[in-house]
Design a protein around this ligand. Structure first.
Ligand SMILES: Cc1cc2nc3c(=O)[nH]c(=O)nc-3n(C[C@H](O)[C@H](O)[C@H](O)COP(=O)(O)OP(=O)(O)OC[C@H]3O[C@@H](n4cnc5c(N)ncnc54)[C@H](O)[C@@H]3O)c2cc1C
Length: 293
């Protein structure tokens, strides 16, 4: 197996253009499992860990530009205040060792329906920065996941970064697994409220062939909050509203039975998580000062 180890982004893109079959490796926490089990035997690996640019994050035009090689551990320690939804999800990933190595770029590269970064990225309206020697293109997160473990990257493209708008309201995330740590999600859900724009966004994980939003639930909730002046009054959310939101999130999912859980359990769990995360987010909104939200 050939091992390519560029030390600059330009060289990494040139290597990928010259050898599109070369498989990128960053933290290796997905890829090495496949290699160890002999599930995959690529002709070449393209190690991205020596490309310093990939491990940087900065703030640009109201968004965090998160380099594809920033680890979950750093998201938790450096970005919890700026990206609370993603940081909540990052805290649930694997173990400390996995969080030290694993990256959001790798999560997007694998594009598993169960990837924990995906629901908060969907709820936050993130954009994936895909690059090649041909240039850079921005892929909206809604268009990024194209099938089970498939994404919109071309053969010569690498993920440079993901751009995540700074939150303009509460964000929440919830994940259900068979235990609290070292667990792939049986189902996961993220919600983001945008009071100034009177908008709601969601992200569903592990309950459909791809991570996906629940557009009908978003529209229903945004409409109901506006109709009853709840954005302004910050009054308690009526029970039926929470229930309807949960039902519409459930209706957006298309889960399967597998070793981690049944479709029926996933649907039930999603409804519970949707109601629960919305209640948490609303409580946050109620306790924030009107100027600060
Ligand atoms: C014990 C264990 C527990 C885990 N627990 C969780 C969990 O709780 N939640 C969860 O979501 N995941 C979990 N995972 C999976 C894994 O840790 C995550 O998916 C992680 O985000 C992968 O990141 P990485 O940098 O290690 O990716 P890698 O393994 O290096 O790469 C993963 C894929 O992405 C591609 N890739 C990597 N970087 C790029 C790039 N810049 N551009 C294009 N393609 C790229 C690779 O070619 C590969 O196909 C776990 C894994 C293990 C082994």
């Amino acid at each position: 197996m050939e091992f390519l180890q560029p030390t600059s982004w330009t060289d990494a893109l040139a290597a990928k253009a010259a050898s599109p079959e070369a498989v990128p490796i960053c933290g290796g926490t997905d890829l090495m499992v496949e290699l160890n089990f002999d599930a995959r035997r690529p002709a070449a690996l393209l190690d991205l860990t020596k490309v310093a640019d990939l491990a940087q994050w900065d703030i640009d035009d109201g968004s965090v530009r998160l380099g594809a090689g920033v680890s979950y551990a750093r998201i938790i320690t450096e970005l919890s205040a700026r990206l609370p939804g993603l940081a909540m999800a990052a805290r649930t990933v694997g173990s400390p060792q996995i969080r030290n190595r694993g990256t959001v770029g790798g999560n997007l590269g694998t594009a598993s329906p169960a990837g924990d970064a995906h629901p908060p990225l969907l709820a936050a309206a993130a954009t994936v920065e895909a690059a090649s020697v041909r240039g850079t293109r921005l892929i909206g997160i809604d268009e990024f996941f194209t099938g089970v473990k498939r994404n919109a990257l071309a053969a010569d493209e690498l993920i440079a970064a993901v751009r995540i708008p700074l939150p303009v309201g509460p964000e929440q995330f919830s994940k259900i697994g068979t235990r609290n740590a070292m667990v792939i999600a049986v189902a996961a859900f993220a919600v983001a409220l945008q009071p100034a724009r009177k908008l709601v966004r969601t992200g569903i994980g592990s309950a459909a062939p791809t991570p996906r939003r629940a557009p009908a639930a978003e529209q229903f909730l945004a409409g109901a909050l506006a109709e009853h002046d709840l954005w302004e009054s910050r009054a308690e959310l009526p029970g039926p509203l929470l229930d309807r939101f949960g039902d519409l999130v459930t209706a957006a999912a298309a889960p399967i039975d597998d070793v981690r859980g049944t479709a029926a359990y996933r649907l039930h769990a999603l409804g519970v998580m949707a109601r629960r995360t919305l209640a948490w987010a609303w409580r946050q909104y109620q306790s924030a000062s009107p100027e600060g939200s």
